[in-house]
Design a protein around this ligand. Structure first.
Ligand SMILES: *Cc1c(COP(=O)(O)O)cnc(C)c1O
Length: 429
């Protein structure tokens, strides 16, 4: 599929049935797989033969869907995880352990910030958070000899800052570490970070990829471009024998194109078991088949709503990277010339209290923790997803206390704008 356009990959990537086989990806609803001899099975356990033996590690339905996302991102290997949280955890924990350090953009999803700054810190991994707008010198200053990765989000949820992918990649590579990017909001339809030097991409497939609020899931894709073997002392897990897998050295056995994902499957999926249910992978694939069609409409609605909000003097401020005049407009145009996403952030005059009142009056957009769905929804992050953060952390994450995250679905933009208008009227009568 790799020479086809993204639209064709969305519809047909990852699975090519043979003669007389099912047209749609089959759901292999089986925990286990049968073998004729113990020897056959032993080869699988030793990673000497490829095949399935237990769905906690791998399942054919998941692998077909992962192969599609891999193709869409232009990677060499991919795996599905049970959630976006698991994807980001695995992506980092695959190369960083106790005593190591990671540089991350401060403008990231609240759940990821919590994972990094609290839970992974408890595991002995230190994070330094940098502004997504930091210059090269500031980014360089955040690195330490024990830094193992750099992390950011293409379009941050919910601050809607746009990452300077080329600059982050340049700095990461200068320090001999990979750049990992969470590409959830842009999706590979609008941005393919590998084309700009990023090494590993993660997704919460729960959002646009599924797109219908049906299944929580995640994905990790490897570009196969980062040369771990240049820094064997930094990445011993990939470059020296894994005693828990009979001494296999991942970079030797699976090459640069397969080492990272094979290690994540063989060790992390084996030990943590955060596999996506095959049924969910099937639902995710249905979402992927229309992702390119939906993204275009999400972006169209996002821009229409952002333009309307910018013109209404009851709105204090609007952030939408696709809106001319936005702080990130030029950067978004470079990395996402066809559109950004459907999420618009804004503040209603009167602050936090009026924001909550406004949201209560909306009829189409429902108040939900969810985002990036076919149905419009909205959220007040300071009192929901980001409520563990103090005011300083909120500011660093680009989330002001009055921020309303409005996720434009694929309804009519005319109806969405009329709904916003009537809710504002109800607040300001
Ligand atoms: C939602 C989200 C996550 C977490 O994903 P889950 O599927 O909810 O675990 C990670 N990153 C971003 C950008 C998200 O929007």
């Amino acid at each position: 599929m790799s020479n086809y356009q993204i639209e064709t990959k969305c519809v047909q990537g990852g699975y090519t049935p043979g003669n007389g086989e099912p047209r749609q990806i089959p759901i292999i609803q089986s925990t286990t797989f049968k073998y004729a001899t113990s020897e056959d099975m032993g080869k699988l356990f030793d990673l000497e033969a490829s095949g399935y033996f237990y769905t906690r590690l791998q399942n054919p339905t998941n692998d077909s869907v992962a192969a599609k996302i891999c193709d869409m991102e232009g990677g060499t290997a991919a795996m599905l995880t049970s959630s976006g949280q698991a994807a980001n955890f695995f992506a980092i924990f695959n190369i960083a352990s106790a005593g190591d350090h990671v540089v991350a953009s401060s403008s990231i999803y609240g759940g990821t910030f919590n994972l990094f700054s609290v839970t992974m810190k408890r595991m002995g991994i230190d994070f330094t958070f940098v502004s997504p707008d930091a210059d090269e010198a500031e980014l360089n200053a955040a690195f330490r000899p024990n830094t193992k990765a750099m992390f950011g989000e293409t379009i941050a949820n919910p601050a809607l800052t746009v990452l300077d992918i080329e600059l982050f990649a340049k700095v990461a590579h200068a320090h001999g570490v990979p750049l990992i990017i969470d590409n959830t909001f842009a999706t590979p339809v609008n941005c393919r970070p590998f084309e700009w030097g990023c090494d590993i991409v993660t997704h919460s497939t729960t959002k646009y990829m599924d797109g219908h609020g049906a299944a929580v899931g995640g994905c990790i894709v490897d570009s196969g471009k980062f040369d771990w073997t240049k820094y064997p002392e930094k990445f011993p897990g990939l470059c020296t024998p894994d005693e828990s897998y009979h001494g296999v050295t991942y970079t030797e056995r699976f090459g640069l194109e397969g080492a990272f994902i094979t290690k994540a499957t063989a060790q992390l999926m084996r030990d943590f078991g955060a596999i996506q249910a095959p049924q969910n992978a099937f639902l995710l694939n249905l979402g992927l088949e229309s992702l390119h069609v939906r993204m275009a409409h999400h972006c169209e609605n996002g821009l229409a709503v952002a333009k309307y909000l910018a013109s209404d003097d009851r709105i204090a401020w609007v952030t939408y990277p696709g809106l001319e005049g936005d702080k990130y407009f030029e950067r978004a145009k470079k990395y996402m010339p066809n559109g950004t996403c459907g999420v618009v952030s804004f503040g209603v005059k009167g602050g936090r209290k009026v924001a909550e009142q406004f949201m209560k009056h909306l009829k189409i957009a429902a108040i939900e923790t969810h985002v990036a769905d076919a149905r419009s929804c909205c959220l007040h992050p300071a009192s929901a997803t980001h409520r563990q953060m103090n005011d300083d952390e909120l500011r660093a994450a680009g989330v002001s206390p009055d921020l309303v995250r409005f996720s434009c679905g694929i309804e009519s933009s005319e109806d969405l704008i009329a709904d916003i208008k009537q809710a504002l009227d109800a607040c300001f009568q």
